[in-house]
Design a binder for this molecule. Structure first.
Ligand code: NAP
Length: 278
């Protein structure tokens, strides 16, 4: 089988990705002679994998856990957004020049608007996690005019680093709280949006990412986890809160990547159907 254009995703481990179904369905609908494959790449193999993109002429690659930040040093250029955030989830290969983009920001903000009808302007927001995805969420919300963002992560220094970065580069007040600190309760009470940007909830055995007792009537909840209806989302819905999982974010970040790679409008409904079927 010959395909004119090769695309794919690198990450480690990569047992749960739904991106191939979404992109291959889109290629088929548009009649493009292209295929999207999965490349499981351990951290020590990242440099070789990026060299292979150039060597094999792979046209575009998605990047996921744990490579979103580490990949930057191997690229030739970054979009303004990827530079600001310091994380890349999409690589475009134009004649051997590799440019890193971040389409998670677009995906998150669009899903937030469509699923929760939430406008971040002037709002207080609480984010669980300070990894690659949390960076996109925090900068996206700050750019959309959020008033204050509070972060916490099991790795306290990561939360502190991200909070400082957001404060330095945007007009949004951003602070980090130590994991499990008593101040978390008050900050969530004073927030209008809670975002789970940790992997907590991906496994059936995982607890709710935050104690459901901290949820309150004035809170909307967005959980980036997309492979499950998490305990956090279930608890929020039981309380009648606006709540959404990460499937639409996955869809819209994928649609944006598709457009960067192909220059064509993404068939979003075809991609949504493929994702739901998965
Ligand atoms: P990551 O880079 O590994 O960051 C996650 C961070 O959360 C890590 O610092 C981790 O610490 C911390 N953490 C884990 N459990 C925690 C808990 N219970 N409380 C506080 N902090 C905790 O992962 P990522 O790339 O940011 O992805 C995070 C989640 O978002 C994943 O579930 C991923 O699938 C999802 N995601 C969804 C989309 C979408 O389109 N819907 C896009 C991107 C990511 P340790 O490393 O020490 O565990």
């Amino acid at each position: 089988m010959r395909r004119d254009k090769l695309f794919g995703i690198i990450g480690y481990p990569l047992s749960h990705t739904q991106s191939p179904a979404m992109h291959n369905a889109a290629f088929k609908r548009l009649g493009l002679d292209a295929i999207y494959l999965v490349f499981e790449v351990a951290p020590k193999g990242l440099g070789d994998a990026i060299a292979a993109i150039r060597g094999l002429g792979i046209a575009g690659i998605n990047v996921t856990i744990p490579h979103k930040e580490a990949v930057i040093k191997y690229l030739d250029d970054l979009s303004q957004e990827a530079k600001l955030i310091g994380a890349v989830n999409t690589i475009v290969n134009k004649n051997g020049k590799l440019t890193g983009h971040n389409t998670d920001v677009f995906g998150f903000i669009k899903a937030l608007k469509e699923d929760l009808k939430f406008d971040p302007r002037g709002k207080n927001i609480f984010i669980l996690g300070a990894g690659g995805a949390a960076k996109a969420v925090a900068f996206g919300l700050a750019q959309k005019g959020a008033k204050r963002i509070v972060l916490t992560d099991v790795a306290d220094e990561k939360a502190l680093e991200l909070a400082c970065d957001v404060e330095l580069k945007t007009n949004c007040a951003c602070l980090a709280l130590p994991c499990g600190s008593p101040g978390i309760k008050e900050m969530i009470l004073n927030s209008q949006l809670l975002v789970n940007a940790t992997p907590c909830g991906m496994k059936d055995a995982d607890p709710a990412a935050i104690d459901p007792k901290l949820l309150h009537k004035g809170l909307a909840v967005f959980d980036l986890v997309y492979n499950k209806n998490t305990k956090l989302i279930k608890a929020a819905k039981r309380m009648g809160l606006r709540a959404s999982g990460g499937l639409d974010m996955l869809l819209y970040q994928g649609a944006r990547a598709f457009e960067l790679w192909t220059g064509k409008k993404a068939p979003v409904e075809v991609m949504r159907k493929a994702l739901k079927k998965e």
